[in-house]
Design a protein around this ligand. Structure first.
Ligand SMILES: [Zn+2]
Length: 323
């Protein structure tokens, strides 16, 4: 429902809208699902949503396609359960940009109509919904509670469920991809974080993301995490290097060297696609706990142009290739 705001003077003030996304709320899987359905209804002209798979406990892993251009970019967040503020970031982004498209507004120096006519952003706001459920509602809220309470706790504080990073089977999704997996140190058993699984792509959540990426064949990929205001880049060509430099300049985040392959999503991307990749660590280091939603705008502010910077870079690269 749109709310029109009128000023006391005869001239209309700018139209305002009634936001669906509240970035200061705790984004559970249920709230994310609810908001995505509402966003799809309101912004169907530029946004469609669907699912890319189902989690171990049967939750749908949703994805949104925002934009209608030929250039495809894949964006995902919350592979790690306690990092669910990344879902807030992506949900807020989706609404801001969909609204700017229908209102023909610019955001910063970006003409959003032009941008979303040239790119399609495939966004997965919550890759690990079962893990998020554990962090937000406790072990007893998980269908796998009996196994979870016996698993090893690593880098945690009490109450321990608030520090959970893995999925509901104690597997760290960002160690479960199929390139470099053999090299990842083997913690032999499921745990709150860091366990790579008994075989690569053993988890429905990592498989769903891998299959989705292979289906859409993106030209650039972004994955949002939380700790440290840093980037881990893959820059296979000069366009990617220049994009990385722009992101560092815009955010002030530190680029970090990447580790040898260990089964991460970044390793999967490098091996199968060889495109620009950025792992974005959105927040300052706060320890093994979720980032407080009340401080959302502290992370939004420096990071708000990350996606349009990458989108415009990919558009420019496409343009410069044409004869
Ligand atoms: Zn993470």
């Amino acid at each position: 429902m749109f709310i029109m705001a009128y000023s006391a003077c005869p001239l209309f003030a700018a139209a305002e809208y009634d936001p669906i996304v509240n970035p200061l709320a705790v984004y559970s899987h249920e709230l994310t699902t609810d908001n995505l359905a509402k966003l799809q209804k309101r912004y169907s002209v530029i946004l469609s949503s669907g699912t890319i798979g189902t989690s171990f406990e049967g939750r749908e892993i949703q994805a949104v396609k925002l934009g209608r251009g030929n250039h495809k970019i894949l964006i995902c967040g919350t592979l790690h359960a306690r990092e669910h503020i990344c879902t807030n970031y992506l949900m807020y982004f989706i609404e801001q940009y969909a609204e700017a498209f229908v209102s023909r507004d610019s955001i910063g120096c970006y003409d959003i109509n032009q941008l979303l006519n040239e790119v399609s952003l495939y966004i997965v706001p919550m890759v690990n919904p079962d893990g998020v459920n554990i962090v937000q509602n406790g072990f007893e809220a998980s269908a796998n509670c009996d196994s979870l309470v016996k698993m090893r706790l690593k880098n945690y504080e009490e109450p321990a469920h608030r520090s959970w990073k893995a999925n509901a089977r104690g597997i760290d999704l960002n160690r479960n991809f199929d390139y470099g997996w053999d090299n990842c140190p083997n913690d032999s058993l499921p745990a709150s974080s860091g366990f790579k699984g008994f075989s690569p792509l053993s988890e429905p959540e990592s498989r769903a993301l891998a299959d989705f990426a292979k289906r859409i064949k993106p030209e650039a990929i972004l994955a949002f995490h939380t700790q440290g205001e840093q980037f881990f880049f893959s820059t296979p060509d000069s366009c990617a290097t220049s994009l990385a430099e722009k992101l560092v300049a815009a955010t002030g985040f530190e680029p970090q060297p990447i580790d040898p392959p260990y089964g991460s999503f970044q390793d999967f991307v490098n091996y199968h696609f060889g495109v620009f990749y950025a792992c974005v660590e959105l927040c300052n280091y706060i320890g093994p706990r979720p980032y407080p939603e009340c401080d959302f705008f502290k992370i939004w502010q420096p990071a708000r142009y990350i996606i349009p910077i990458v989108a415009s870079g990919i558009i420019q690269k496409g343009t410069s290739k044409k004869p």
